[in-house]
Write a protein that binds this ligand. Sequence first.
Ligand code: ADP
Length: 169
Amino acid sequence: VLRYAHRAAAYRNFSSHPPEKERTLIVVKPDGVQRRLVGRIVQRFEQRGFKLVGLKLLQVSEDLLAQHYQQLRSKPFYPDLVQYMTSGPVVVMAWEGHQVIQSSRKMVGHTNPAEAQAGTVRGDFSLHVSRNVVHASDSPEGALRELQLWFQGQELLNWDCVDQFITCE
Ligand code: ADP
């Protein structure tokens, strides 16, 4: 028994890079909702092992969008971006897990779908940079700022596996 206890302890401490409880913002943009891609996008994040800690469907206001894309306001495509992003509801999600910010950028793929790898959301589901299906925060500072912008504090939940009859992770 002692030997197994020892092994379990060794296993728990095995990694020199223990998992972090990082969080990121993922948005299924209006084209993704219209094309019924929400389920398949959620599935990719669940399958990877990330934990859903916030989720809602909403119609974005121009004001929120202006804050979200504050660094793009002077770009020539900005008016079209606002029109696109406010053209229908979006699904806003907060995902948690080890290095979720970096991993989800990889899963989402290059901004321009033509340069996005096959196997990424944009590489598999989109054609044009102006209709690229999904948003993912690009840095820890960006993720924190965007989560605070899109979610009220109480909308983000901490949860753990509570049912002995199912396997949660
Ligand atoms: P990302 O979404 O990959 O972080 P950016 O922050 O550079 O990329 O751009 C934000 C969004 O603005 C893109 O996802 C895309 O919807 C839109 N966008 C970026 N560049 C262009 C462009 N050249 N023409 C039209 N839309 C663009």
